[in-house]
Design a protein around this ligand. Structure first.
Ligand code: SF4
Ligand code: FES
Length: 279
């Protein structure tokens, strides 16, 4: 099912790992958790073991963490800090590494779209923050992903007049370009691409942002300056380079194609060439 329609339909994906008949027999499930605890950015962290019991298979992963936190608060213990906002795969804040995979085992999808029925009853689940040098840990599972914001800020705004909506046919956009721009615009800025990449590269993210505007006429006045500045900031923030491992594409909840990285490279070379020609 198309991802946008799946979201609209309430995210009712069937379980992929266990037969539906078995899941319906399981009224509740139990899990052992190993969760990264780190009081603050300066201190050393470690994996701490917890148990959660009587969890419905239809509980989302974040709801399971909510239940664990309720239990911790009842026992007078410090709850686990983790990020979330929309809880429907739109905002990109729920960035976790689960059993070594960015966003967990149910691709494509963000952690908030992951359900406990995806795991075996009695399974041990390891939960860590994204491990990227450019995303320092703030506390427990919460990381600082503002490096991605600074890349977007470097791209600046478009100078095309943004008044009331123009007549639809006044700026013709080829259908192919409109579709590609729409695909690129689906990036939710979660940072999973950088977390999954062995080089800690944010090129899939930057490629989506650069391509989105480069494909549309409204984005053309700043086309060269945008890509040059965004790549410069991406490098300055400490992200690595792409070496074609395709891990980014594999974990991207928005299904951004790695082919956009090729477009980013073309846009960058084009901009350098045109700037070199003094245009
Ligand atoms: S390209 Fe995909 S994985 Fe990377 S930030 Fe955007 S949505 Fe997340
Ligand atoms: S909480 Fe918004 S994408 Fe997961």
């Amino acid at each position: 099912m198309d991802r946008r329609f799946r979201r609209a339909a309430g995210n009712s994906r069937p379980a992929a790992c266990a037969p539906q008949s078995l899941i319906s027999q399981l009224s509740t499930m139990n899990f052992r958790l190993r969760i990264w605890r780190q009081p603050n950015a300066q201190s050393r962290g470690k994996l701490v073991g917890y148990e959660v019991r009587d969890i419905s298979p239809n509980t989302s992963f974040l709801e399971m963490l909510d239940i664990l936190n309720e239990n911790l608060l009842d026992r007078g213990e410090e709850p686990i800090a983790f990020d979330s906002d929309c809880r429907e795969g739109i905002c990109g804040t729920c960035s976790l590494t689960i059993n070594g995979e960015a966003h967990g085992p149910d691709h494509p999808g963000a952690v908030c779209e992951l359900y406990m029925r995806k795991f075996r009853d009695g399974a041990t689940i390891t939960v860590e923050p994204f491990r990227v040098g450019a995303f320092p840990i703030i506390k427990d599972l919460v990381i600082d992903r503002s490096a991605l914001d600074r890349i977007v800020q470097a791209g600046g705004f478009i100078s095309a007049r943004a008044g009331s909506a123009p007549e639809a046919n006044s700026i013709p956009v080829p259908k192919h370009n409109a579709d590609l721009a729409m695909e690129a615009a689906a990036c939710i800025g979660c940072g999973a691409c950088a977390a999954a990449c062995p080089n800690g590269s944010a090129m899939l993210f930057a490629a989506a942002k650069v391509s989105h505007l480069a494909l549309l006429p409204q984005g053309h006045p700043e086309r060269e300056s945008r890509v040059l500045k965004m790549v410069q900031v991406m490098d300055a923030e400490g992200f690595g380079n792409c070496t074609n491992t395709y891990e980014c594409e594999a974990v991207c909840p928005a299904e951004i194609s790695a082919s956009f990285i090729a477009k980013l490279n073309r846009e960058y070379v084009r901009a350098r060439f045109r700037r070199g020609m003094g245009e």
